[in-house]
Design a protein around this ligand. Sequence first.
Ligand code: G6P
Length: 612
Amino acid sequence: MCGVVGYIGSKEAAPILIDGLQRLEYRGYDSAGIAVLCGGKIESSKEVGRLVNLEKMLAIHPIKGTRGIGHTRWATHGAPSQINSHPHLSSDGSISVVHNGIIENYAELREELSTKGHKFISETDTEVVPHLIEQSLKEGAKSPVEAILRTLKRLRGAYALGILFRDEPDAIYCARKGSPLIIGLGEHENFIASDVPAIINRIKKAIYLNDGEVAVLRADSVEICTIEGVAVVPEIKEISFQAEAAECAGFETFMLKEIHEQPRILRAMLEKHVSADGKIDIGSSLSPDYFRKLNRIMIVSCGTAYHAGMYGKLLLENLTGIAVETDLASEFRYRDPKIDPGTLIIPVSQSGETADTLASIRMAKEWGCRICAICNVEGSSVVRESDAVFFTNCGPEIGVASTKAYTAQLMAFALFALYVAGVRGNLTPEQIKSYLTDLQEVPDAVHYVIQKKEEIRAIGEKHHDGPSSLYLGRKFNYPTALEGALKNKEISYQHAEGYAAGEMKHGPIALINEALPVICICTKTADEVYEKMLSNIKEVEARSGRIIAVATEGDTEIAKLAGDIIYVPAVRDEFTPIVNVVGLQLLAYYAARARGTDIDKPRNLAKSVTVE
Ligand code: G6P
């Protein structure tokens, strides 16, 4: 949601800002703009819609200059329009601001500033920021930094800000609280960006700005201080992934590329966390003794990561005997869940910046809980606010619909649950070895499913055009049904509902007719789940539903019932979700392709939901 970039150096700023914004497109946006210091003036250009509109405008009216800020806006306060697009200016045109986040007290600030003569032209919350900075300078702030610090003290809410002063041509400024912002360090040039992929092609080192910090960037230096004005010595981090990780690499979309990356990522996770003699290392600073005494776990997350949390709950309950709950972070934070300090909180997040997940962490910390996150992005807020982190390490995920981050989250839960079960003695070392042997088969099984993409494409194309579809699964694959349905609605815009198959008779069965595709996850299991799923499929068949089954290779029984089958290799019951979901990712992908949607940037969606 909203992307921020900034540049100061000796090159033309506009193309660098546009390139950075293109790399942030995946975050979701509906308008874009830049401001560049040009011949002693701040020149801006803003357009509604895709970045290409802004590029066209800049081709007609170029803006020349070597320092600037840019923004992709995902509308919150005020519709997507040129006036509401960022950057926003102060009354005298001397200060320009881009912002990601929400200023909660903007209405009262706007009123106060209006009485002091400030004129507002947009409906945004952001516009108060340049006006407040201007007012602080009028009221005696002796430097831009002092004016920024005074302003920040007045703001309630979340922000990542990029600020340009007409009268300070040798610097750009930035600040953050609650929204992500990094500083990229180049040779005689420096950058700001919402995340590393925006500038990965230009930098090797970055500073992850902390909440409540303000930075002054010059071409050859970066100075940081706290909101209280106390100088900070920043930690400079080497960027651990290559620029190619954020490129499409010959695939038609990032999503397809990311689906294909899954076997490699899963293998790498196993190599990293499992030693040759079968010991699991989860890299956690929480001691084995902590896990031995643990009696309650609460998993909190949003979207796809919530489905990973549902799987985590099932697996942890199954293997460790610990009472585990899972909840949507957006619900959890408003509940009164009677959590005691002995409860371990596991936030799950690809981006590490989801506002509700972060709010849940903060709330749980106040209750004295320990936090052990499963997260993909180093330096993110979730990582920094947690006591321990299990990194999924799958590189930047650019496609808005999560794929590789999801299977990596499932793998993380599998390894975590086995580790905890081992430490607590719920499983013997031999049992753990047996699980690990089976887990090692998962990356190849995922690869096998990807190899069948042409068959899955045919199924996706055949069923893509109805108004709705139903996804059914049980036990470990109930979350898979929810995730399959979510993938479908996110990228193909077809209404899709995921349901626990056992609940079908309590409502969704009324929807079934010859037009409704019913996707049944029915891989063979050692327990009665497979038989129960077969019964559900028969019930769908009896009502002429269009059955698409995800089934185990060699299952002839299912061929008698299902019109279309996505065959997957047999893996241990507990690990089937990691394999089965890949079939559903591809099914949604090809349905969306047939429907002609913008797969990597589906309408209205944001990759990282940094506001409530
Ligand atoms: C958005 C994204 C989803 C993601 C969810 C949670 O809705 O589009 O792909 O699952 O946020 O994000 P997180 O970064 O916390 O995993």
